[in-house]
Design a protein around this ligand. Structure first.
Ligand SMILES: [Fe+2]
Length: 197
């Protein structure tokens, strides 16, 4: 597997771990605890910044563009489906931001909204990741010559520095590790495999 795709797949594993963490948090959520609002805000920030801006950014600005150059259209077919998935995900994350921006303990309605959107978002993003891992990424490797893929990997590294800023990747990994420690799955310790680097 080429380096660019390996980088994207590694991010998928981390995002999946964070979806598990989000679900554990949402399942336990009850109205009335002020500190939960901060955690909703943290999840909103993580998924907006790491999953969307950093990871989907590399796909939309990098990989998908390259695939378009090699003849895959972006207004129908697999890339159009991926773009529409990304947009749908943003609607769920917007709810976490909205709730996160409020004050005081979470109301019963806010708890319900977070639970509902956490489940929908996790299901949605897992299915989306499967489509990329099993269909879109293999297709891109067939289509894009090795030297262009090498350039893409370098572009991804530059994207991390220029768009996300130095240290951002590590900051989000740290945030993820902290949340996963706080909300471990019953069968898992906090050191979930997707969080090891
Ligand atoms: Fe992806």
């Amino acid at each position: 597997m080429c380096k660019a795709i390996e980088m994207l797949m590694r991010e998928h594993r981390f995002i999946e771990t964070m979806l598990n963490t989000l679900e554990v948090f949402a399942e336990r959520l009850e109205p009335g605890t002020a500190s939960d609002r901060v955690v909703v805000r943290d999840f909103g920030d993580f998924f907006a910044e790491f999953a969307d801006r950093c990871h989907h950014g590399k796909e939309e600005e990098g990989l998908f563009r390259k695939m378009e150059e090699h003849g895959i259209p972006n207004d129908h077919g697999p890339i159009a489906v991926m773009l529409s998935d990304h947009r749908e995900g943003r609607e769920h994350v917007a709810v976490f931001h909205e709730v996160g921006a409020g004050d005081g303990p979470l109301s019963p309605e806010e708890c319900e909204a977070v639970k509902r959107h956490a489940t929908q978002y996790a299901d949605h993003l897992r299915a989306h990741i499967q489509k990329e891992d099993n269909v879109l990424y293999p297709m891109s490797e067939q289509l894009i010559p090795d030297e262009e893929m090498d350039r893409l990997a370098r572009d991804f590294e530059r994207f991390e520095e220029d768009v996300m800023g130095a240290g951002a990747h590590e900051r989000y990994h740290e945030m993820g590790r902290r949340l996963a420690r706080q909300y471990p799955r019953a069968a898992e310790s906090g050191a979930a495999s997707g969080l090891r680097r």
